[in-house]
Ligand binder design. Structure first.
Ligand code: GLU
Length: 484
């Protein structure tokens, strides 16, 4: 057992974004690779934006992805006393101080900074206030914030596991607030207090937090703890290198679920957003266990990862094809139910039929949504014929005659398995002196309303004799009526 401890610390202010999910995954992979512990922490001190239902959703999304944690979830909102205690300790040790400046007092400096397009830095007004001044402020009813006393000069170096050394000028870091006047900690303070108290050894998180890290390091120094190691993983950008947003399609795990992706595919896809496993070039399909065995922070790239929806689709279609069939049926049930193809609970026979349908259709579909959509004609007779298909395959000379003959031939069959119907079609095409394609295309359109799909004879076998014959005759009737 190693002493590695990592954490995923989402804020429950929205659905789990692909970036967050990828951070969770990298933490998970690192923990499992090193035999360490993966901890889930909920950063919910932003009381206005945090919502309990988002916590439930975050948890559901992580569980759906299979990213199980060893400890937690710990909620920051339940640890407020810790932050107060640590902040008070820093005040007592003169490493932090109370600041009574009102927003108005500081606003002049703020406007000047804005005018000069500079970042606002707190001028240190309350660094050295006397106990008497403090008392007076308190009598005036002022509630202070607590600020960390930070060095004015020198540099703070972040030693990032992925990016190497990154230096920050201390002159650019003011005495920032660690505890707000309402008693709540700021993100930087709560985060590092937790990381330190929870014995986190590696902080693996999004690149956007790199600029927070010097502040957290200064807090850690003041608190007198050893620093964890930091690793900031690259951003995920849209194909046009802009920030990934709704206009690029699904961005949250919930949306990927609703679009009919399989968790294994999403996990596999996300892992390759920033992690270059090396080895064989076209080696891209990995299980979670395989990824955990190979994961290495040294192989996480520094540059932004580009989100490619086609690649995800390709990966999902791969997983759809190789998935355990019962598992796929289970994953597909809600989608079939949503499309009103089935109603759960299924009877045994219905389940077996669904299984055959899914096994037939899954070869050519990319998502569970497509799978359900492409299974429509197995459950419904009321489909319309594809317009182009009608022109191309129905309105050709002799089609009605061929369809009628095919229907007649099939209607006498005792058994109706794939091979038997296929043989009938071969012999009929020979008898008629036409290619099998000439029979197959209009038949497909008659049976499914579509011009493409799974193997026609498998479809026929699944539909069974009666439905097949009925649909062939119905199509013949339709063509005759259109010609009349
Ligand atoms: N709650 C922060 C976020 O969701 C966590 C950042 C961190 O990992 O420290 O971005």
């Amino acid at each position: 057992m190693s002493d590695v401890r990592v954490r995923f610390a989402p804020s429950p202010t929205g659905e789990l974004h692909i970036g967050g999910a990828r951070t969770a995954l990298f933490n998970y992979l690192f923990a499992y690779n090193t035999g360490g512990k993966f901890i889930l922490r909920i950063d919910d001190t932003d009381l206005e934006r945090s919502r309990p239902d988002y916590i439930d959703k975050l948890i559901a999304s992580l569980q759906w992805l299979g990213l199980n944690w060893h400890e937690g979830p710990y909620c920051q909102s339940e640890r407020l006393d810790e932050y107060t205690r640590e902040a008070e300790r820093l005040v007592a040790e003169k490493k932090a101080f109370r600041c009574y400046c009102s927003i108005e007092t500081l606003s002049e400096g703020r406007s000047t900074a804005r005018r000069e397009s500079k970042a606002y830095l707190y001028p240190g007004t309350c660094r050295n206030i006397s106990p008497e001044e403090e008392k007076a402020y308190r009598l005036e009813g002022k509630t202070p914030v607590i600020r960390l006393l930070t060095p004015d000069q020198g540099i703070t170096v972040v030693n990032d596991e992925i990016r190497g050394e990154v230096s920050f000028e201390n002159a650019g870091i003011d005495d920032f607030i660690i505890l707000k006047s309402n008693g709540l900690p700021t993100y930087n303070f709560a985060s590092i207090v937790d990381d330190l108290q929870m014995g986190i050894t590696h902080v693996i998180r999004a690149e956007e937090h790199l600029s927070n890290t010097p502040r957290q390091q200064l807090c850690a120094d003041a608190l007198g703890y050893n620093l964890p190691l930091f690793a900031h993983v690259p951003m995920i950008l849209a194909p046009d290198r802009s920030k990934l947003s709704k206009r690029h399609g699904a961005t949250s795990v919930e949306e990927f679920y609703s679009e009919g992706h399989l968790p294994e595919a999403l996990i596999n896809y996300m892992a390759l957003l920033g992690w270059a496993p090396g080895g064989g070039e076209d080696e891209e399909i990995f299980t979670l266990e395989e990824m955990a065995a190979r994961f290495d922070l040294n192989k996480v790239i520094k540059t932004a990862a580009i989100y490619d929806v086609n690649k995800l689709g390709w990966m999902n279609s791969h997983y759809m094809r190789v998935y355990d069939l019962d598992k796929l049926v289970e994953a597909a049930l809600p989608f079939f139910e949503q499309n009103k193809l089935i109603k759960t609970p299924l009877k045994n026979q219905e389940y077996e039929y669904l299984k055959l349908v899914i096994d037939t259709v899954r070869q050519r579909t990319r998502t569970l949504v497509e799978l359900a959509e492409a299974s429509y004609y197995f459950y419904n007779d009321d489909f319309t014929y594809d317009e182009k298909g009608v022109k191309k395959h129905f309105f050709k000379e002799n089609t009605v005659e061929y369809m009628r003959k095919a229907a007649a031939k099939l209607s006498n069959l005792e058994s109706f398995d794939k091979d038997t119907v296929e043989r009938q079609y071969s012999s009929l095409s020979e008898e008629l002196g036409i290619s099998t394609g000439r029979l197959i295309h209009p038949t497909r359109l008659a049976l499914t309303g579509r011009t493409a799909g799974p193997g026609l004879f498998e479809i026929m076998a699944l539909l069974g004799r009666e439905k097949t014959v009925e649909r062939l005759n119905k199509a013949s009737g339709y063509i005759e009526q259109m010609y009349a």
